[in-house]
Design a protein around this ligand. Structure first.
Ligand code: ADP
Ligand code: GN1
Ligand code: MG
Length: 364
C-alpha cells in the first residue's frame, strides 16, 4: 500500500472549509481504487470526522467531469431525502474548499475531495445475513429510483465502456497476447475458462434494454449500514455513477454477496452461490426498482449476475497478466486469487440458472 507523507495529507485536508483545526488522519477502508482517510478536526472539545480521499487519477484522469457528476448526483440524492431528519447520514455531501470548489489539486498534482464521515455505520466486505443482502439490494434499488428522470444534460461517462463485457474480453485477449509480465503460462486454465464463455459476453448488450442511470460499482462495501439498526443508510463510492443498464447494479450485488467467502478467498470450496441470499437481493432490489423496470429488464437479472461476475473475473485476470497496475493488491498473485473466486462463482451460478430464473419470475 502507498505510504504518503502525513504533511501532504494534512495540507490537503486544510484546503477544505471546515470549522476547527485539523488534528490527524488515518488510512481507512478496503477500496481497490482511491486512497481514503478518516480525518479529524477539533474545535474546543468538539470533534468532527471526515472522509478525505485522494482520487486515483490513473483510473479517473478527467477529475473535473468526474466531480461534476458527483456534485449533481449528491444533490439529487440529498433532495430526495429532504423529509428525513437524518439526511446527513443518508446522502453524501461534498465539502467545498476555501476557494469554493468541490475538489482540490495539490502542487504535486494530487486530487482530493472530502465528505462528512458517516459515523456509527459500517461497510461490509462480506455480508453476514440474508437480511443485510435485502437491505443493500433495497438501497441500490432506491438509488436508481432517485436518479431516474434526472434533468439533462446526460451524466458524463467517467470510464467509457465500463461494463462493456465484449471490450473487457478483448482487453483480456490483448493482455494474453502481450504477456508483459510473463505470467500467461501460469494461467492456462483460467484463460481456457474465459475463452469458453466468450459467446455470452454480448448477451446483455444485445438484449435491447433501456439505458438508466446506474451506480456501476455496487459491491456490498459501497453501502453503509447503520450499526444499531442494520439498515442500509447511505450509498457511497459515486465515481462510476453514469448511464448504464439496471442489470449492472443487480449483477455486482450477486457477485459480492451470494458467496459466503471473500472476494480474494483462496479456498475455492468456500465459494458458491447461496440461493436464499440471491432471493434476498432480488426482493430488496425489486422492492424499489420493481416500480420502474420493464419485464425484459427483470428477466435479464439472472444473466446480469453471471455476466458481471464473469466480467470482473476477466478484469482481475487482465490486471494480473498486465503486472497489477489497476486494482490495489496486498500480496503477490492477489489479482489471480480474485479472478479464481469470480470464476468459481460463475460456475456455481451456471449450475443454479434455472432456479434463479424461477426466483426472479416469482418475485417480479
Ligand atoms: P474506493 O473507490 O477506493 O472503493 P470508496 O469511496 O468506496 O473508495 O471508499 C472506501 C471506503 O471508505 C468505503 O468502502 C467505506 O468503508 C469508507 N467510506 C467511504 N465514504 C465514507 C463516508 N462518507 N463515511 C464513512 N465511511 C466512508
Ligand atoms: C473496484 O473502488 P472499488 O474497490 O469499490 C472497481 C470495480 C470492481 C471492484 C472489484 C472504478 O471497486 O469496478 O468491481 O473494484 N472500481 C473501478 O472489487 O474500477
Ligand atoms: Mg468502494
Amino acid at each position: 500500500m502507498e505510504v504518503r507523507d502525513p504533511n501532504e495529507i494534512a495540507a490537503a485536508a486544510r484546503q477544505f472549509r471546515v470549522s476547527g483545526e485539523f488534528a490527524g488522519a488515518a488510512r481507512y477502508g478496503s477500496g481497490h481504487i482511491n486512497e481514503s482517510y478518516r480525518a479529524i478536526f477539533r474545535e474546543g472539545a468538539r470533534e468532527q470526522h471526515f472522509l478525505l480521499q485522494r482520487i486515483n487519477t490513473r483510473v479517473f484522469p478527467d477529475v473535473d467531469r468526474l466531480m461534476q457528476n458527483i456534485e449533481r448526483v449528491t444533490e439529487r440524492v440529498s433532495s430526495s431525502m429532504e423529509a428525513k431528519p437524518d439526511r446527513e447520514r443518508r446522502a453524501l455531501r461534498l465539502i467545498r474548499t476555501h476557494d469554493d470548489r468541490v475538489w482540490h489539486r495539490d502542487a504535486a498534482g494530487g486530487c482530493w475531495r472530502m465528505y462528512p464521515f458517516v459515523n456509527k455505520a459500517r461497510a461490509l466486505d462480506t455480508i453476514e445475513s440474508a437480511e443485510q443482502a435485502y437491505q443493500i439490494g433495497r438501497a441500490f434499488g432506491e438509488f436508481q429510483q432517485q436518479l431516474a428522470n434526472m434533468p439533462p444534460p446526460r451524466l458524463h461517462d467517467t470510464i467509457p465502456d465500463f461494463h462493456h463485457t465484449p471490450k473487457r474480453y478483448a482487453a483480456l485477449e490483448e493482455a494474453i497476447a502481450r504477456d508483459v509480465a510473463g505470467r500467461a503460462r501460469f494461467v492456462e486454465a483460467e484463460i481456457g475458462f474465459a475463452r469458453r464463455r466468450k459467446p455470452i459476453t454480448t448477451r446483455l448488450l444485445d438484449a435491447g434494454l433501456p439505458e438508466r442511470i446506474t451506480h456501476n460499482d455496487t459491491k456490498c462495501n459501497n453501502v453503509l449500514l447503520d450499526e444499531a439498526t442494520n439498515e442500509a443508510i447511505c450509498v457511497i463510492d459515486l465515481d462510476t455513477v453514469m448511464p448504464g443498464l439496471a442489470g449492472y447494479d443487480f449483477g455486482d450485488m450477486v457477485r459480492t454477496m451470494t458467496s459466503p467467502a471473500a472476494e480474494d478467498e483462496r479456498d475455492l470450496s468456500r465459494v458458491y452461490l447461496r440461493l436464499p441470499v440471491f432471493e434476498a437481493i432480488v426482493r430488496g432490489y425489486l422492492s424499489a426498482a420493481g416500480a420502474f423496470l420493464t419485464r425484459e429488464e427483470k428477466e435479464s437479472l439472472p444473466l446480469a449476475g453471471k455476466l458481471i461476475t464473469f466480467e470482473i473475473g476477466i478484469r482481475f485476470l487482465t490486471d494480473y497478466l498486465s503486472g497489477d497496475n489497476y486494482f490495489r493488491i496486498h500480496r503477490p498473485d492477489h489479482n489471480l486469487d480474485r479472478c479464481r473466486t469470480q470464476f468459481k462463482l460463475v460456475e456455481s451460478i451456471e449450475q443454479n440458472e434455472a432456479a434463479l430464473n424461477t426466483m426472479v419470475e416469482q418475485c417480479g
